[in-house]
Structure formats: C-alpha cells, structure tokens
Design a protein around this ligand. Structure first.
Ligand SMILES: C[S@@+](CC[C@H](N)C(=O)[O-])C[C@H]1O[C@@H](n2cnc3c(N)ncnc32)[C@H](O)[C@@H]1O
Length: 263
C-alpha cells in the first residue's frame, strides 16, 4: 500500500474520523451493495478487457469489486485506512486476483498522466472541499479516449430544498461539505474540457432509523437529525421524497451517474 501525499487539514481529519467509525457498518450496508445500481454504473463506463480502472474515494471497495471482472486490473484509492481494511477483506473474501488498493488523497493522485482507461468516483464528491481539484486529478490520470464516471446524490434545483437537505446531512455526517446540483456536475465536466456527460438516475431508498444506526452525527445529535427530517416531510422540503410509512420515515437519495469520454 502506498502512503498518502496529502492528508493535512481539519477537513481531512474529519473525513478520517467519520469513515474510521463508519467503515465496518458502511461495508455491510445493503443499500450500498445494490447489484442493479452497481451494474448501471459499471455498464455506463463500458469497460472491456484489457482495460484498467481506478475508483477514487473507493471506501470498502464495492465499486472496484464490481468492475474487477470487466477489466484487466481494478485499483481503489481512499484517504481512510479503515476503509481500505474493509476493501482488502472484500477482495480476499471474493478472491479477486486483479485489484490493488492505495491510501491517498483524490486531490493529489499518485499516478502518472493517462494511466487508466476508466476513472470513477461514487458517493464521495459531497465530501470534497475542492471538487474541482478532485475532478481535475481524475481527468489527468485518465487516458485520452478513457471514461470519467461520477456518481453522487444530487441536491434539488430549488435552493431552499437543497439547503435544508445539506443542513440535515452536515448534522448527520459532519464530514459532508455539500451535495451539489446536477447543473454543478455538468458544469464541472465543461470546465475541464470534457464533453457533456451522458446521465442516468436512480433512487437509493433509506429508512431514517436504519440510516441513523450507521451514522455518527455532530455532537451525537440523533434527535436533531430526526427533527430536521420530520419537520421537512410536509411539502417534501428537502426534495428527497420524504414520507412517513406507518411509524417510520423514509426518503430516497436521488443519485446521478454521469459519464464522459476524454477527448
Ligand atoms: C460515502 S463513502 C463512499 C465509498 C465508496 N465510493 C462507495 O460508493 O461505496 C466516501 C469515501 O470517500 C473517502 N474520501 C473522502 N474524501 C477523500 C479524499 N479527499 N481523498 C480520498 N478519499 C476520500 C472517505 O474516506 C470514504 O471512504
């Protein structure tokens, strides 16, 4: 395992603190292993042998494992050691012969220009303080003709709903910087001279108490998260299809998969 070239700053400490606590729970959260959602992401990248891929902010290695049978070699990189422990467990449990793991920061990837055919990132851009830098690094290490794949939940185009959603998410997981809008992401591709991405969408359903079991809110304020969600049900004030089903509260993370080929 390589060491990280850039792991300084308060935010990075928050990331490592949150994801060290979350690692095992996250690795076993069924919503994150949804086979159909993973297949959509992998197929959107159109992988083929003998191509190689890199998944940045790979967490417990779920996306790398999904790519591994479609490429020659699949690499995962993450800033949190505990997540890579989970990733290694997964790859040895599945006996994946063609994967490798790096500890590192997406803002300074330890790879030469044009190293990979596919560079992906799932459910992590909302944790990045410098999403432009992360995206630029993804594009840099992707070869010409290779594919960039970004998947994340997107915030509502209604600024009030987006703010309410982000306020709740920052309380639930203080390492969240911001869930961005779809327009933000498409603009990111444009800024870095990438063609307009193709996009597909799916919903990731969650039940509030199940989500809270895998969360480590600021000040352990679980009731604060419950209240923000409960108060936003009427009128779906966060734009996430909030609803009460019997005694439980449910909502859907609206996920987008964006893919573009590097010219
Ligand atoms: C919500 S998890 C997503 C994990 C995985 N991509 C998935 O979809 O299952 C976010 C991951 O981003 C990682 N992360 C956050 N900021 C990072 C950075 N600047 N560089 C590398 N990894 C980072 C965290 O350590 C964590 O594992």
């Amino acid at each position: 395992m390589q060491d990280s070239p850039d792991r300084s700053g308060n935010h990075q400490a928050l990331i490592e603190d949150q994801f060290t606590q979350q690692a095992e729970l996250f690795a076993n959260a069924p919503a994150l292993h949804n086979a159909a959602a993973l297949e959509s992401l992998v197929l959107a990248a159109a992988p083929k042998i003998p191509e190689t891929c890199l998944d940045v902010a790979c967490g417990p290695g779920t996306v790398v494992a999904a790519f591994s049978s479609h490429v020659q070699h699949a690499t995962g990189l993450d800033a949190t050691h505990a997540m890579l422990v989970q990733a290694r467990k997964l790859s040895s449990r599945l006996r994946l012969p063609n994967v490798s793991w790096y500890l590192g920061n997406v803002g300074a990837l330890p790879f030469a220009n044009g190293t990979f055919d596919i560079v992906s990132c799932r459910f992590a851009f909302h944790h990045f303080e410098r999403p432009e830098k992360a995206f630029a690094e993804m594009v840099r290490v992707c070869r010409t003709g290779g594919r960039i794949v970004v998947c994340d939940a997107v915030a509502s185009d209604d600024p009030g709903k987006a703010k309410a959603f982000n306020d709740m998410e920052r309380l639930r997981d203080p390492s969240t910087v911001e869930f961005r809008t779809l327009a933000f992401f498409t603009d990111l591709f444009r800024k870095y001279a990438m063609p307009l991405p193709t996009s597909s969408f799916y919903q990731m359903p969650v039940e509030m108490e199940a989500l809270l079991k895998t969360s480590f809110p600021a000040g352990d304020d679980r009731d604060g998260v419950r209240k923000l969600l409960g108060d936003a049900i009427e009128g779906d004030c966060m734009g996430i299809n909030l609803r009460r089903e019997g005694e439980t509260v449910h909502f859907d993370y609206p996920a987008a998969i964006l893919v573009s080929t590097k010219p």
